[in-house]
Ligand binder design. Structure first.
Ligand code: PLP
Length: 438
């Protein structure tokens, strides 16, 4: 049924939404009332009708950590418009195009040195699927098919399709419903918390023991470097990445870094693995790759992995989504990397980090707050109980700020371009949201 957008239609649109639209992690359609967004510009979302007296909300989530330059950036808008004038999409099987070629070459240039080959996937979860497929197929090609399992950390999150779900946190995590159906992977404890902490020798022994014991069946270790995000917003020492690299080398196991959430500056380094100067064999990027404009992710691998697969009995990596290497997404990704290329992001993220540290500190004094932590442009308030999401979100909206708390966590990952006054509103909103859970 046609429904022209506009203020007067808000009620009707929301009725249609309730009747027909399934939202992420929603219960049955219609049980959660989303806010109707009319447009977005800079760091602000404009609502179609007032909520808690607000029609504009600062997006403290960067649209799930992707819109690092904010909305409606002139350079990103222009990149999409220019590319749209040429072609919006062509199949990538047997055809290629400049936006994909230039983006792949740029990704190889900016990622750790041994990564040479780029698979342009259409979502983060698919890039993880592809990364793991690369690892499994590599060992098959080398005549070692027994190496087909994965080791990961508890407390991780790698996506919602079936293989990535198997390496998400198994203990009460989002996908524990599927325990028993998913491929059985090997879980190490989550690394001890604290970005600045020295690696814990007992934990290193735990890792070494597990990897050593399972090496014969391990294809790869798959982890989020430095910051575990949707699994619990936890930060750990870069030292654990160095330890993993050594252990993987010693035991013939591939190392996969999932930088989908952490890549492109979020933790204060361009890639989180840069904190440790460690290179993986396979790496996934997504989310902020396109500045949050369009859906694209990538799995990069070394020549050892790519040519290893190529030498096998089945030398084809059998994966090719319809929208692989979409030219609009590739063009805007390159424009986003150009924006990052002037290096201004580093000062922006440092400024955001300082603002988050100062602004979230008062939350430490609140009843029921277990921890307050900040790394780069990530700020987290952890409660000692489940957040009342409705009450917390409403408190933030009253401050003119959009957040999406989960479990015991109220957090922000704001766009890097968020100004100081808006940052202060974000932190005040988070503190108010923390106080809103009885
Ligand atoms: N890996 C990590 C570390 C993520 O944070 C996410 C999304 O939150 C994914 C993978 C999945 O990406 P997508 O939602 O684009 O499928």
């Amino acid at each position: 049924e046609p429904c022209a957008p506009g203020r007067g239609d808000a009620t009707r649109l929301l009725e249609l939404d309730r009747a027909h639209v399934w939202h992420p992690y929603g219960p049955m359609p219609g049980q959660e009332t989303p806010l109707l967004v009319e447009s977005a510009s800079g760091v602000r979302l404009r609502l179609a009708e007032p909520v808690e007296g607000r029609t504009e909300l600062i997006d403290a989530m960067s649209s799930w950590w992707a819109a690092i330059h904010g909305y409606g950036h002139p350079a990103l808008d222009a990149a999409v418009r220019d590319q749209l004038g040429r072609m919006s999409h062509v199949m990538f099987g047997g055809l290629t195009h400049e936006p994909a070629i230039r983006l792949a070459a740029r990704l190889v240039e900016i990622t750790p040195e041994p990564l040479e080959h780029v698979f342009l996937a259409d979502s983060g979860s698919v890039s993880v699927e592809v990364a793991v497929k690369m690892c499994l197929q590599y060992w098959r090609s080398l005549g070692r098919p027994a190496k087909h399992r994965l080791l990961t950390w508890r407390g991780g999150y790698h996506g919602d399709t079936f293989l990535p779900m198997s390496v998400c946190d198994p203990d009460g995590g989002m996908h524990s419903l599927w325990t028993g159906v998913l491929p059985r992977q090997i879980f190490a404890d989550a690394p001890p918390a604290g970005f600045d902490a020295e690696p814990d020798p007992a934990y290193l022994t735990h890792l070494a023991d597990l990897i050593g014991r399972h090496a014969h069946e391990l294809a790869a270790v798959v982890v989020e470097p430095v910051a575990q995000n949707a699994g619990g917003m936890r930060f750990h020492s870069p030292g654990y990445l160095r330890a993993l690299r050594e252990l993987c080398d010693a035991h013939d196991v591939l190392l996969v870094f999932d930088e989908i959430a952490t890549g492109f500056g979020r933790t204060g380094a361009f890639f989180a693995a840069d904190h440790a100067a460690v290179a993986p064999d396979v790496m996934c990027v997504g989310k902020a790759l396109t500045g949050g404009y369009l859906t694209m992710a990538a799995a990069l691998c070394t020549s050892e992995v790519a040519y290893g697969i190529g030498r096998g009995e089945h030398p084809v990596l059998a994966h090719g989504p319809t929208f692989m290497a979409n030219p609009l997404a590739a063009a805007v990704a390159r424009a986003s990397l150009d924006l990052l290329g002037d290096g201004a992001w580093e000062a922006q993220v440092k400024r955001v980090e300082a603002g988050l540290r100062a602004g979230l500190a008062p939350a430490r004094e609140l009843d029921g707050v277990r921890d307050v932590r900040v790394l780069g442009a990530i700020g987290v308030i952890q409660l000692d109980r489940e957040v009342d999401r409705v009450a917390a979100t409403r408190a933030a909206v009253r401050h003119g700020v959009w957040i999406r708390p989960f479990r015991d966590l109220i957090y922000t990952m704001p766009p890097y371009v968020t100004g100081d006054a808006d940052l202060a509103r974000i932190t005040a909103a988070l503190v108010a949201a923390a106080g809103a859970t009885p």
